[in-house]
Design a protein around this ligand. Structure first.
Ligand code: CTP
Length: 443
């Protein structure tokens, strides 16, 4: 079914729901319908799931708005589905995570008023129309009715469906970015994720809001939370570039002078991640957000201030410090021909995947570095000893530094491919303990 098909004025999309949403969500919708009719309240599917339903994009985060009491509704619904419920009294909202991991957000239809520009809003109960009119973009202000008699009917007060067809990101009213400047981040995020355009007036208003200094009224924590959503997107470089077309990041992070270096490293890190996956690390375990934060810190002139802005832990700051201190040394050592697997293991000992991705990005055109990192993934990383200190103890050696020496020698032979099995490790252990006995190396 196409979004252009109109069944009546705004269209009825019961069929689309049936076609595009998985059975688990349809089941949740039916339970919710029952609860809504018991409570005699109007119930709607809203926000991102409706937008993506029309676009044919998979989105299983269920967003309900209830005209009435959202919390009572959520509690009643959860009694049926037996999920994990969290209630936010202050906002009249609730969140349920079902046993299968589906997230359901339930909100009471509300009106929001802003005491001052960019402040957090005051919330009061209202109608679905008011609720939709407080939202960010026309494409996110669509609702589908879920009550029995109106099931599937679309509420489209702001021509969101037309903007979905025209692929436009458009705010609902001129003060939108003044009320919530973080919507500028969202506009850019949706633009690149969905391959839409930001409508001209919307872009101009974003520009003016930034020029008025609106971001000075927002805490850095809120900005960073929104920035992390951008980090998580595939097209994050284009998003950062757009943010800087509006001078946003430049103003928030004056510690960074070379934004081109940031974009370059983001691109190269993204390529490195793909490359790592191709060369064998199919499921690379990596904290992407921390990787991108590392790039910001690595490029910044004043690293301390920027680490503080990101609220990094001591361990994270230490990791960044190490990369900055030792990157030249590590790259120099890795940029050598014919390194053995053991030599590579020593150079990269204790390194995290995020650091490795960044190192690869920094030294992107150094052939030997890449060869050795590939070797690290293929021949080094997965090599672990089967024997432990316990096996050494059986030879009557007292625990001490000798243990490390012995284990290291066995590891060297294993990682270099000279021994492979536990039996071979034990054989070598025997030889080494006898040798250390002869050398009177007992502690
Ligand atoms: N919303 C808004 N203004 C914001 C944040 C959210 O109006 N600053 C509204 C939008 O209607 C949005 C809905 O709340 O669709 C849900 O927000 P969220 O889950 O953050 O966004 P989604 O649209 O679901 O986008 P995503 O796919 O990134 O989760």
């Amino acid at each position: 079914m196409d979004i252009r098909d109109n069944h009546h004025q705004n269209g009825n999309y019961a069929e689309l729901i049936k076609e595009r949403l998985p059975d688990d969500i349809i089941e949740i919708i039916h339970f919710s319908q029952t609860v809504a009719s018991e409570l005699c309240c109007r119930l709607f599917l809203v926000g991102g799931i409706v937008r993506d339903l029309f676009l044919g994009i998979q989105n299983y985060d269920v967003d309900f708005v209830v005209e009435g009491d959202g919390i009572i509704f959520a509690e009643k619904l959860n009694r049926i589905i037996g999920g994990n419920i969290t209630i936010y009294e202050k906002f009249n909202t609730a969140n349920i995570v079902t046993k299968k991991g589906i997230e359901i957000d339930i909100a009471t239809a509300r009106r929001e008023t802003y005491k001052s520009p960019a402040a957090l809003p005051q919330v009061e109960k209202s109608s679905i129309e008011c609720d939709l009119s407080r939202r960010d973009f026309t494409i996110n202000a669509l609702a589908i009715s879920l009550n029995d008699n109106t099931y599937g009917e679309l509420l489209d007060y702001f021509y969101g469906k037309k903007d979905l067809i025209d692929r436009k990101i458009k705010i609902l009213h001129d003060a939108s970015f003044i009320e919530d400047p973080l919507r500028i981040f969202r506009a850019i995020r949706f633009k690149h994720r969905l391959n839409f355009e930001i409508e001209e007036n919307t872009w101009d208003l974003a520009k003016r809001a930034v020029e008025s200094g609106i971001f000075n009224n927002i805490t850095i924590e809120r900005v960073i939370e929104e920035l992390y959503y951008i980090f998580k997107e595939d097209n994050n470089v284009a998003m950062l570039q757009d943010l800087n077309k509006l001078n946003i990041l430049k103003k928030i992070f004056p510690e960074i002078n070379s934004w081109n270096s940031v974009y370059y490293l983001f691109k190269k890190c993204n390529e490195s991640i793909e490359w790592f996956c191709r060369i064998g690390e199919r499921e690379l375990n990596i904290d992407k957000i921390f990787l991108y934060v590392m790039i910001f810190c690595y490029v910044a002139d004043d690293k301390y201030t920027i680490c503080k802005k990101f609220g990094l832990s001591k361990v994270q700051i230490e990791t960044i410090r190490n990369i900055c201190l030792y990157e030249n040394h590590i790259i120099k050592e890795l940029n050598k021909r014919n390194l053995t697997a053991y030599e590579i293991a020593i150079i990269l000992k204790g390194i995290h995947n995020e650091e490795l991705v960044l190192l690869t990005a920094i030294s992107y055109n150094k052939k030997e570095v890449k060869t050795n990192i590939k070797k690290y993934f293929n021949n080094v990383k997965q090599v672990k000893l089967c024997i432990t200190g316990k096996d050494i103890k059986e030879y009557g050696i007292k625990p001490g530094p000798l243990y490390k020496t012995i284990l290291d020698k066995i590891y060297k032979e294993k990682v270099n491919g000279n021994i492979h099995t536990k039996e071979e490790e034990l054989e070598l252990l025997k030889v080494l303990t006898e040798k250390s006995r002869e050398d009177e190396l007992f502690v």
